[in-house]
Design a binder for this molecule. Sequence first.
Ligand SMILES: [Zn+2]
Length: 333
Amino acid sequence: MRFSEIIGQERAKSILLGSIKANRIPHSMLFSGISGTGKKSIAKALAMLLNCLDPKGEESCGVCKYCKQLLSGNFPDFIIISNKTKLSKISIDQIREVYKRVSFSPYAKYRVIVIDQAENMTEEAANSFLKLLEEPPDRNIFILNVKEPMDLLPTIVSRCQNIKFYPIPSDKIAEWLVKNKSLDKDTAIFLAKISGGSIGRALELLESDYLKKREEWISLLVKLPLFSMNRLISVLENQLLEQKEDIMDILATWGSWLRDILVIKETDEKALLINRDLTYIAEKIKGRYETEELLNAISNIQEAEKAIQKNRNVGLVLRNTLMSLYKMQREGK
Ligand SMILES: [Zn+2]
């Protein structure tokens, strides 16, 4: 990974390149911001540039021994520490491993150690790591990746240079998806828009069956007015409640879809649409709704999202939301 290949994050790049130029690389840094915005990639680009045997100005060469090792994941001194499973924490044993590693001199020029999702460190691990930052061993660079610095010990934060990572503009994510994942433009724009500025999230959605499910969820809303009450209840019980774990995605999809219909009805500005690939369906059915109905439905969905976050009964929330959407679509039609 080279600096020029990283999308967005111009500010982070220029801070880092500036400090390399001035030969004042901080020994500990905090990369903060939502995940999937290039924190690990920049850490790797930094490790590459610092160790490259033949850097060209602000770029690593990409072909020397160390660059190649970094690119293939075989450079021994680019170390990423993270929690082993989604629910586990970064343990003190993992920090002890770091102590062991830094007791040897770096293999090349610099060792770069990334603590990924550092907010997952146990208290013990965090305290032990703090001691490392208090007396940082030479030619070792520590990078803590974190969503929000407030989730770390203030004593850790104060020892790091904080570099902020911003959500990546959706047109840049879309462009990247078209180029690197050979997606058609409309699908790329859709994924980019719902990714919230995170390439990681866009990729996750692409690799899951989200796109297929989204079409099912939207098509359900489109067909809703045709359903009898019996059919509605059967869809709820046999289809939606089976996908309980997807409830936030279902609600977000419905919200984005109703918002799209509102946009197309009120402004006809297709560039503002989220589900761009399904514009033709939105066009066809926009006449079914009054503006106020759409606004109400969108706010119902937002309420449902809040209710789920407050741990309300998922089945009940889903049932009430579906019923209110059903009623809206049937009224006066
Ligand atoms: Zn190189």
